[in-house]
Ligand binder design. Structure first.
Ligand code: SF4
Ligand code: SF4
Length: 426
């Protein structure tokens, strides 16, 4: 294995804390992922990516910077990857999913802010995330109040913070604002990279991003089978790697895995026995290495067959139309695609519950686990109406609100087991 210490040092990482973090992550990965039975061979690629997530992938990014490419980090699926790729930039996700260095985060943020935001600050302040340190531009967005205000605190800590103003309503005015903001972001990408976005570069970027989404949709489709050919944990991992990996290599690796899974489905082979209780997860995004709830669910004897989440179908289900003949028409198509995302920051947000119902049917699920992060107002407030509407439609719902600590793991396990029994009894 290569020695990446000089590279981490050049990026300004705190080597001692970083070593400690990698060691904890390595152990967790071994316990949670590598201990699963009957994993598809194709998961070896993703195991490799995870083992090199701070190594080889960062080296590739550092090399790309040396070739003059810009690195753009972001925290939300409203940041259009197409416009980053259209200037040959590297797009990386920066959301963090571990309760690392929360004391430092709580020194600059309120204690009662969602763990996703706290974690991003903990990683930044602890100097353990090579992705944020390698980013030439960090893109924020006006979604929830927590993130919106936290970006003001983050601004002096990063090289270049750029904030996209997002609409809060799915109105004509909202769509107009989104398009205007994407045009402004396009100009930012052009200025930062010194490249002009053309019809060809934007079409190519749309095709690359669509291909990545198509591959994850193909994977999602294969999870309809009973027995499930892949665990929910592994599928979540792939959705997490979606945000870090080289897009073309990622697409090829997901498609190769899907070829193998098609064979499994044909042979009736799965990772859990046939008729295992099938559940969907719906709610807040689960950033790496937030694996707590899926691990508990699958250890309790149910299988997760889909994620209505930004790290899941909310982030990948729509494609961008690439038929436009001018840059403006293509930006219109990009706007159209992203305007469909039904994040709980929108009010009202009725299409989200429709999507959950649709996924419930498509994946032959038997129950929905609504997952909210503590202090996340958009999703904790929306949880009540979503639960009521799903239960009214005869869909059993378990509503969980949790954080990144392991303190409530026992309690969640008890509730998940009771939920599974409720489904099995009905
Ligand atoms: S939940 Fe909303 S704010 Fe968070 S990443 Fe998804 S779209 Fe962005
Ligand atoms: S999980 Fe909720 S509170 Fe946290 S950043 Fe996302 S929308 Fe905001």
């Amino acid at each position: 294995m290569s020695d990446y210490t000089p590279m981490w040092s050049d990026l300004g990482l705190d080597l001692k804390s970083h070593d400690a973090l990698l060691s904890v992550l390595g152990e967790a990965y071994q316990d949670i992922f590598l201990s699963q039975r009957d994993r598809p061979e194709g998961m070896k690629y993703f195991d490799f990516v995870m083992s090199e997530v701070h190594g080889l992938r960062i080296k590739e990014i550092v090399d790309a910077k040396a070739q003059g490419r810009i690195v753009v980090g972001s925290y939300c699926v409203f940041v259009p990857e197409e416009l980053i790729l259209a200037v040959d930039g590297v797009s990386v996700g920066l959301c963090a999913g571990a309760d690392f260095n929360f004391e430092a985060a709580e020194a600059v943020l309120p204690r009662n802010i969602c763990p996703l935001i706290k974690s991003a600050f903990g990683f930044k302040l602890g100097k353990v995330c090579p992705y944020v340190e390698a980013s030439d531009i960090v893109v924020g967005e006006n979604t929830c109040d927590g993130k919106k205000k936290a970006y003001e605190v983050l601004a002096p800590m990063v090289k270049d913070l750029y904030v996209i103003d997002l609409p809060q309503m799915k109105s004509d005015a909202g769509r107009g604002l989104l398009k205007a903001e994407y045009l402004r972001f396009m100009k930012k990408m052009e200025d930062a990279s010194g490249k002009t976005i053309t019809v060809d570069s934007l079409k190519n970027a749309i095709e690359t991003t669509n291909a990545k989404r198509r591959a994850t949709r193909r994977l999602a489709d294969l999870r309809k089978a009973d027995p499930a050919p892949i665990s929910g944990l592994d599928a979540l991992l792939i959705n997490q790697v979606f945000f870090y990996d080289d897009p073309v290599r990622f697409t090829a690796s997901v498609n190769a895995l899907c070829d193998e899974l098609e064979g499994r489905v044909k042979d009736g082979k799965g990772v859990f026995p046939k008729k295992t209780t099938r559940v969907l997860i719906s709610g807040c995004p689960m950033a790496v290495p937030n694996w707590k709830v899926p691990m508990i669910v699958e250890a309790s004897g149910a299988v997760i067959v889909g994620e209505e989440s930004c790290v899941g179908e909310r982030g990948t289900q729509w494609l961008t139309d690439d038929k436009g003949e001018t840059v403006d028409q293509l930006i219109e198509a990009v706007t159209e695609r992203y305007f469909k995302i039904d994040c709980a920051v929108f009010t009202p947000n009725p299409s989200r519950v429709d999507h959950v119902k649709d996924m419930f049917k498509r994946y032959n699920a038997q129950g929905v686990i609504h997952y909210s992060l503590q202090f996340c107002h958009p999703y904790t407030v929306e949880a009540g109406p979503v639960e009521a509407e799903l239960e009214k439609a005869g869909i059993p719902v378990l509503r969980l609100e949790t954080d990144y600590s392991q303190e409530d793991a026992g309690q969640i396990k008890t509730r998940v087991e009771a939920f599974r029994e409720r489904i099995e009894a009905s």
